[in-house]
Design a binder for this molecule. Structure first.
Ligand code: ADP
Ligand code: MG
Length: 331
């Protein structure tokens, strides 16, 4: 017999282990939560729609994993310490095998970062999953998009373009051998949230954003919020060995600069904080790369291309409401 909504919640969404700051978790009309003194609550939300944010054939484990990862990435981008999450899930039917795998992926990452699921909503309809996440950051210390100043250096974590290349291959736009594709799909489906790096940058980075819609589009958010421009040396963009093994220079840079789903951090650092940056990031497993500088005399981003030409970039990236065709064809 199919599970009722309440049986489904009890059997799948009640996590073992609890945080000391959760007075009341799943089961009542509201959760009751304790915020540490001197902290601000950082709140973010991300929705993933089947066929828009992930191809329909994506495994339920990967959907759960990525939902946690993209929300953790927003926490990382403010330097916040993640604590609690709520989940709204719309399912075509109560498929227990699907739910078991989804929860396995979701809780793998939530448990790794000590995030407790404290509530949510469960409904029937086309597959859509939404997570809201809550984290703490010391009052006044969060790293916003609006703090970049001319002269600050621009950095990015990890590698760019792997997820976009993996998606191209899944969509049949490029043929790659299974062995070449595997690490790219790992980046697409299981991005590593940069929580440790985000918190290490508190009091060092002047502005930060996570790269979800493409480096240049997300850097533009910093530039608009800060009222500045930038120069970026495209030849400096960090590319993984898996990526460079299967791309030529001319096809690699548009993917790395404009492809989505990287979930890396892009941040700016004043010259006076460069030494501090080197010392806090030298022990971290995730590499960081300087790719450019904040400028007062450029509107948008002046991109130095591998050809030696400079191209101005004024924004762009994936937009949900600009073009119906584009929305349908993202996945
Ligand atoms: P209400 O009708 O009062 O909104 P629900 O019956 O929707 O309550 O939910 C019962 C309890 O289960 C609540 O604590 C709610 O937060 C939790 N819950 C419902 N769906 C989910 C879910 N997908 N993930 C986590 N908790 C959930
Ligand atoms: Mg209620």
């Amino acid at each position: 017999m199919a599970l009722s909504e309440f049986e489904l919640i009890a059997s799948f969404f009640k996590q073992s282990g609890t945080r000391h700051d959760v007075s009341l978790g799943i089961g009542d009309d509201c959760a009751l939560l304790e915020c540490p003194a001197g902290s601000q609550l950082a709140v973010s939300m991300d929705t993933m729609v089947s066929g828009v944010h992930f191809p329909q054939a994506t495994s339920p484990f990967d959907i759960g994993y990525k939902l946690a990862a993209v929300n953790l990435s927003d926490m990382a981008a403010m330097g916040a310490d993640p604590a609690w999450a709520t989940l709204a899930i719309t399912l075509p039917n109560a498929d227990e095998a699907w739910l078991r795998q989804f929860c396995k992926g979701l809780f793998t990452l939530l448990n790794e970062y000590n995030v407790q699921l404290v509530g949510g909503d469960t409904t029937r309809g086309p597959l859509t999953v939404t997570m809201q996440m809550h984290g703490f950051v010391e009052k006044g210390m969060a790293i916003k998009r609006s703090g970049a100043e001319p002269g600050d250096k621009i950095y990015v974590s990890g590698y760019l373009g792997d997820a976009a290349l993996g998606l191209q291959s899944l969509l049949g736009q490029r043929v790659l051998a299974k062995k070449s594709l595997e690490p790219l799909l790992q980046s697409l489906n299981r991005p590593s949230p940069r929580i440790v790096l985000g918190q290490a940058l508190l009091d060092i980075a002047s502005a930060m954003v996570d790269v979800s819609d493409g480096l240049l589009a997300d850097l533009t958010h910093i530039l608009v919020a800060s009222g500045v421009g930038a120069s970026v040396d495209i030849t400096k963009l960090p590319l993984s060995p898996a990526f460079t093994a299967v791309t030529t220079l001319s096809e690699s840079w548009p993917l790395a600069a404009k492809g989505g789903d990287d979930y890396e951090l892009c941040f700016t650092v004043p010259q006076a904080k460069e030494q501090q940056l080197l010392s806090v990031t030298s022990n971290l497993s995730c590499p960081i790369t300087c790719i450019g500088e904040i400028k007062s005399d450029i509107a948008g981003i002046g991109c130095l291309l591998p050809s030696g030409e400079v191209e101005l970039f004024y924004g762009g990236g994936y937009m949900h409401f600009t073009d119906e065709h584009e929305e349908r064809s993202r996945c």
